[in-house]
Ligand binder design. Structure first.
Ligand SMILES: C[S@@+](CC[C@H](N)C(=O)[O-])C[C@H]1O[C@@H](n2cnc3c(N)ncnc32)[C@H](O)[C@@H]1O
Length: 218
């Protein structure tokens, strides 16, 4: 199996053109979360091609910073955002090197499935947030992971599956408490409720497709 960062490098040029139902659902989730982005410093952890950074700028963020380990994905983000975003190449399994309490809102969208446990990333997100700052997470639902769904793409007629791990609410709750977050609000995104607008979700009928939540840094 190809590694996540190498895989996303291969996928990067075609990534934004791919009709991805999880991206469609995660976009709805960040809108529904109504994050107080205006005038704030927004951090996107695993920013990929800069989709959420562009969203934050459109909502009036004063500053946006993205971390990602794939140079190819960051190149796409650079093309999309130009100098409006600070983009940093970083392996998220190591030290992110961010100043403590330097961001108001942190986002982790469709990234945690590539990590065996979420706690180390949630803890670093907490360190990067100001007290009272908000964490937003959107992640493939553990029900899908249990059924064998995981990130994958095709290139030159070859299917590439990326390392994928399911994370459930129990694991997220424990990681949030350990990292000093409170007031978590979870949303379970059932495929049936969104299949009319996102037809590719029909294949997940009867299942939850995405879990999203916000939590406050104490
Ligand atoms: C599915 S994409 C999501 C991109 C973006 N967050 C979004 O919602 O559009 C997952 C991203 O996680 C990044 N990623 C995965 N494992 C990583 C690691 N160990 N270090 C840094 N980035 C990683 C990939 O490079 C990729 O850009």
């Amino acid at each position: 199996m190809i590694g996540a960062k190498e895989g996303y490098d291969l996928w990067a040029p075609a990534y934004d053109g791919f009709d991805n139902p999880m991206i469609a659902l995660a976009s709805r989730a960040i809108d529904v979360a109504a994050l107080p982005v205006s005038g704030k410093h927004f951090l996107d952890i695993g920013c990929g091609t800069g989709r959420n950074l562009a969203w934050a700028l459109s909502k009036g963020a004063a500053q946006v910073t993205g971390l990602d380990g794939s140079p190819g994905m960051l190149d796409q983000a650079r093309i999309k955002l130009g100098p409006k975003a600070t983009l940093i190449e970083r392996d998220l399994s190591g030290d992110w090197g961010l100043a403590p309490a330097s961001h108001d809102i942190a986002c982790i969208s469709l990234v945690l499935e590539h990590f065996p446990t979420v706690a180390p990333l949630i803890a670093q997100a907490a360190d990067a947030l100001v007290p009272g700052g908000t964490l937003f997470v959107a992640e493939m639902h553990a029900d899908l992971a249990r059924g064998g769904t995981g990130a994958h793409f095709e290139k030159d007629g070859k299917r590439h599956a990326l390392p994928s791990y399911g994370h459930d609410r129990v694991e997220f709750d424990a990681a949030l408490t350990a990292a000093g977050f409170a007031d978590a609000v979870f949303v379970d995104w059932r495929a049936d409720d969104h299949a009319a607008a996102v037809p590719k979700l029909a294949k997940h009928a009867g299942k939850s497709a995405l879990l999203s939540f916000t939590a406050k840094r104490r």
